[in-house]
Design a protein. Structure first.
Length: 156
């Protein structure tokens, strides 16, 4: 309905050769279209902490997006996850959270970050996750987590 109204207004003004009115109508039409785009845009998603807590010092993987489904937990470097149900949250995982911890040294904040890899033996694509952060939905192009490595990282 708005497009019809804007079009009718624009056509009605076409016969009236006053350039400043045409510009005004075009600006109004553009503003109306922009307002509609903003009004119907999906809200931005914030990465929320998992509802099932990830134990302090661990990295956790879930079979579903947004930290849902079956969870798996590791607290050490894993060059490969065994094909067992204990690691299904990584081998078949869709989301990952790190609760690896932080500390202060020389007035700076440090953390135990974890880098997750799409391949075994720390190969393939990688994503580094800071403490108390996660990936709510691993990209399809990444696949599943097949290995992980912990390392110190400066946070501030």
């Amino acid at each position: 309905m708005i497009l019809v109204t804007v079009r009718a207004l624009a056509e009605g003004r076409r016969n009236d050769r006053r350039p400043h009115d045409v510009r005004r109508w075009r600006a109004a039409a553009a503003a109306a279209v922009c307002a509609l785009c903003v009004a119907f845009a999906p809200p931005a998603r914030a990465d929320l902490a998992p509802s099932e807590p990830c134990p302090s010092g661990w990295v956790c993987g879930w079979t579903g997006p947004d930290y849902t489904g079956v969870a798996s937990f590791v607290s050490q470097d894993m060059p490969r996850y065994p094909e067992t149900t204990a690691y299904v949250g990584f081998n078949g995982g869709a989301s990952v959270w790190s609760s690896a911890g932080t500390w202060r040294r020389d007035g700076r904040l440090w953390g135990r970050c974890v880098t997750v890899y799409s391949g075994t033996e720390y190969r393939g694509q990688s994503r580094t996750i800071r403490p108390d952060q996660g990936i709510a939905l691993l990209p399809a192009s990444f696949g599943n987590v097949r290995s992980n490595r912990f390392h110190a990282c400066r946070l501030s």
